[in-house]
Write a protein that binds this ligand. Structure first.
Ligand code: PHE
Length: 344
């Protein structure tokens, strides 16, 4: 048996040499595979020889077993070595035909919409002042959008021509101020939230109007909140957004849900140096707190103990000014020539 092992070793080594020298690397790889099966496979010569162990005496077994193991290891190592060399050869041949100095194919990568980028920036600034994000549905009840905001049924904003109504009487919210109401009905004071989201109006779509636009609402309610807090918050926001040189003007105005109310204009050289009307704001009207208390069934928003300010921006006009486009519709048209100017 021992001599058969030595013989088999020589036979295997020379078979491996022959196989690895076959014409092409691919054919040689195939030949090596066959050689492996011929010697090491389940019915290969080494396996068959191992079966002969059974007829050996107890004394012979360990020695022959060891020799068989060695044989197996030597043949396996020789096969592995030749195969690795052939794989390296095949790889080198494959790479030889590739010209790495040729220019590559550019891959298209997406980016965020300029409006989304602006919302993210605004959210980050308010976050630093401790504002949390609140949310509400786009399809609203008249109560959340108007009644609770001290806007009675005969108010012009309730006109069917101004708003999209559903057959069941609900409507597409005309402003994000409805989120103020939802937040206060669900939570007692103190409140400090911003609410970015879509708002809808039955406007003729043109270069400066969209029927769906984006607003960001803000609300702070706590004991002792005053107009100075409102002005400080607004000034901080615009100085962060447009730079410390930005001028800010509060113009007296009227909103049913705030008293006193203001419109906010800003002027900065980087946006053409003209006054732009950007937002509405004011101190929350006590009538709004009264409606909220009624809905809550408690007195959490007692106007004698707490006060608050609210503001609302349209973000589309702002995005328009920041991106330097003269037609607001470009924000909704998904024209890649426009969108690809804003890499993420
Ligand atoms: N909701 C008002 C608008 O859409 C903006 C606003 C919000 C005004 C909050 C005052 C307070 O024009």
């Amino acid at each position: 048996m021992e001599s058969r092992i030595t013989e088999l070793k020589e036979e295997a080594i020379s078979a491996i040499e022959v196989a690895s020298a076959v014409s092409t690397p691919k054919a040689a790889q195939e030949a090596l595979k066959e050689t492996r099966i011929r010697f090491l496979g389940k019915t290969g010569s080494i396996s068959l020889l191992s079966e002969g162990m059974r007829s050996l005496t107890k004394e012979e077994r360990p020695r022959i077993g060891q020799l068989l193991n060695e044989l197996r290891n030597i043949v396996t190592a020789a096969l592995d070595e030749k195969e690795a060399a052939l794989t390296a050869l095949a790889d080198a041949a494959a790479f030889a035909s590739i010209d790495t100095s040729l220019p590559g194919t550019a891959s298209l990568s997406g980016s965020l919409h300029p409006l989304t980028l602006l919302v993210d920036r605004a959210v980050q600034i308010f976050r630093r002042l401790g504002f949390a994000i609140a949310d509400g549905p786009d399809i609203e009840t008249e109560w959340h959008c108007f009644d609770a905001l001290n806007t009675p049924a005969d108010h012009p904003a309730r006109n069917e021509q101004d708003t999209f109504y559903l057959p069941d009487g609900r409507l597409l919210r005309t402003h994000t101020s409805s989120i103020q109401i939802r937040t206060m009905v669900a939570n007692p004071p103190p409140i400090r939230i911003i609410a970015p989201g879509a708002a809808y109006r039955r406007d003729e779509v043109d270069a400066t109007h969209l029927a769906q636009f984006t607003q960001m609402e803000g609300l702070t309610v706590a004991p002792g909140v005053n107009l100075g807090d409102l002005k400080g918050t607004i000034e901080f926001f615009f100085h962060e957004l447009f730079g410390p040189g930005t001028e800010i003007r509060f113009r007296p105005h009227f909103f049913p849900f705030t008293e006193p109310s203001y419109e906010i204009d800003i002027r900065t050289e980087s946006l053409g140096g003209k006054w732009m009307e950007l937002a509405g704001c004011g101190m929350v009207d006590p009538a709004v707190f009264a409606e909220v208390n009624k809905a809550r069934g408690d007195d959490a928003y007692d106007p004698e103990r707490i006060s608050g300010f609210a503001f609302g921006f349209g973000l589309d006009r702002l995005a328009m000014n920041l991106t330097g486009i003269s037609d607001i519709r470009m924000l909704t048209e998904n024209d890649l020539r426009f969108l690809s100017r804003f890499p993420a």
